[in-house]
Design a protein around this ligand. Structure first.
Ligand SMILES: Cc1cc2nc3c(=O)[nH]c(=O)nc-3n(C[C@H](O)[C@H](O)[C@H](O)COP(=O)(O)OP(=O)(O)OC[C@H]3O[C@@H](n4cnc5c(N)ncnc54)[C@H](O)[C@@H]3O)c2cc1C
Length: 452
């Protein structure tokens, strides 16, 4: 079998893998990125395609342009289940043509020296002496199987986790996902019969009956085109997502022309804290495979790019020291936890709370502002749920009808703070990972008990 050597092998060219390649390019490393899909399908996956502009600014990623940008977004409107309360949260974002943008980033990485093979699947890891040392690939363009050795493998295989799941199960990097920590999501892109009103605002509808444990979205892709779909919590034995979609589409998107269906499809999304460790000997895991999705809104493209950025940073520092062990790549965890992971862990708590609320609670809470728009914005931006002192008294009064809701909210805010602090004190080396993980698990267990 043919054998090749690279410094870095990136498996998967979605938002995570492509941004890692982009950030690592022009640094003097020999990099190969492979993806199972043909070039023109890379980045083509079921998605709402909405990404906050802030991610691009922070990471120095190029803005989408031309056909890559379908619609500029100025905010989100959040609807209560009874539709009586609508919160507007302003903030700039993009509604993308995700495959086109994704492929442009890959092309730019390629122009900067990254080798990219499409139609190439990583079949299995090369695992020797406790290290990931590369992968056996199958290239369907050349119809050949080959072995690629690399100092670091970046696994960016999305929800499939198709590479790391083949490593010995005792490695912490193989950590699995509880079905309840994932959402089943489905969306269609359709033309509308009339111009969409306020087409620069995304709409989100919360309703435990029409999308239990998740929400419906209506994301305009322009004046006459919309991405509409829903997510529901996995592992709960709910009916199929298609049933919900068929039954409630008219409620949330009465203006779509069903004969003008452009795209459809569903997939799973992890909705939890990140993988306990995203680095091990010779390997870094990023994107959906590393559970980097925001647990509350299920957006994962921005955080996939953050994880790609952190991977590049950690890899560059490992090449400086020549240490490709878990310790040598540990900066991956530190970087990701500081940039996004601590907030994600805190939102994992918030997500568990939200999924247990009844429609009555949500209607009441939104109407009486037991949680306010600002709280929600702060929680989603920073993972902090502050019930500010002056406001608290007001909210106690208005919340009197449902004191238990207010008490629960207080417990939620405390647990969010606790877990975020734990993450901000992420172990400085792999040796403390086990004890730290037990502390995190304890917070989650206690919190789950307090909910039931
Ligand atoms: C219905 C739905 C709606 C969503 N809406 C939004 C949204 O509006 N905004 C948002 O930010 N996020 C959204 N998300 C989440 C978002 O789509 C993902 O978090 C993000 O795209 C993940 O990127 P990734 O690069 O990690 O994975 P992927 O995009 O899945 O890329 C993985 C790549 O790896 C390749 N691959 C897998 N295994 C192998 C292998 N063995 N060898 C070679 N290649 C391999 C695949 O071909 C694929 O190209 C949504 C998800 C769903 C399901």
């Amino acid at each position: 079998m043919k054998e090749l050597k690279y410094d870095v092998l990136i498996i998967g060219g979605g938002f995570a893998g492509s941004s890692a390649a982009y950030q690592l390019s022009r640094r003097g490393l020999k990099i190969l990125l492979v993806d199972s899909k043909p070039w023109n399908r890379i980045g083509d996956k079921p998605c709402g395609d909405a990404v906050s502009k802030a991610h691009f600014d922070k990471l120095g990623m190029p803005y989408p342009k031309g056909e890559e940008l379908e619609n500029k977004i100025n905010g989100i409107k959040l609807y209560s289940p009874d539709m009586q309360t609508v919160w507007t949260v302003n903030g700039e974002g993009f509604e993308l043509n995700a495959p086109l943008y994704n492929q442009r980033v890959l092309k730019e990485a390629q122009d900067r020296g990254v080798e990219i093979w499409d139609l190439t699947t990583a079949m299995k890891p090369i695992f020797e002496d406790g290290y990931v040392k590369g992968a056996v690939l199958f290239n369907r363009r050349t119809n050949e199987e080959l072995t690629v050795y690399s100092k670091v493998v970046v696994e960016a295989t999305g929800y499939s986790r198709s590479f790391r799941s083949k490593l010995p199960p005792e490695l912490p990097i193989t950590e699995d996902l509880d079905d309840k920590d994932a959402d089943v999501a489905y969306r269609e892109v359709l033309l509308t019969k009339e111009d969409i009103e306020d087409h620069d605002y995304l709409r989100i509808f919360i309703d435990q009956e029409t999308s239990p444990g998740g929400y419906w979205w209506y994301f305009p892709k322009g004046k006459n085109k919309v991405n509409v779909g829903l997510g529901i919590q996995g592992g709960m034995g709910y009916p199929s997502i298609h049933e919900y979609y068929k039954k409630y589409l008219d409620k949330y998107a009465p203006d779509v022309d069903k004969s003008k269906l452009l795209v459809k499809g569903g997939a799973l999304v992890p909705t939890r804290r990140p993988l306990y460790t995203m680095a091990w000997n010779g390997i870094i895991v990023i994107g959906d495979s590393g559970f980097t999705v925001n647990p509350v809104h299920g957006g994962g493209k921005g955080s996939a790019m953050i994880s790609g950025y952190c991977a590049a940073k950690a890899i560059l520092s490992a090449f400086e020291t020549g240490d490709f062990s878990a310790s040598g790549l540990w900066d991956m965890n530190i970087c990701y936890v500081n940039e996004y992971g601590a907030k994600q862990a805190s939102l994992d708590i918030f997500r568990r709370f939200l999924q247990k609320l009844s429609n009555d609670d949500i209607n009441y809470g939104m109407k009486k502002k037991i949680i306010k728009e600002e709280d929600l914005l702060e929680a989603s931006e920073k993972g902090d749920l502050h019930l500010s002192v002056a406001d608290k008294a007001m909210r106690v009064i208005s919340g009197l009808g449902r004191p238990s809701l207010l008490f629960k909210l207080k417990a939620v805010a405390e647990s969010m703070k606790k877990i975020k602090e734990l993450y901000l004190n992420y172990p400085r080396s792999p040796s403390s990972l086990g004890s730290w993980r037990r502390e995190v698990d304890n917070v989650l267990t206690e919190f789950n008990k307090s909910l039931s």
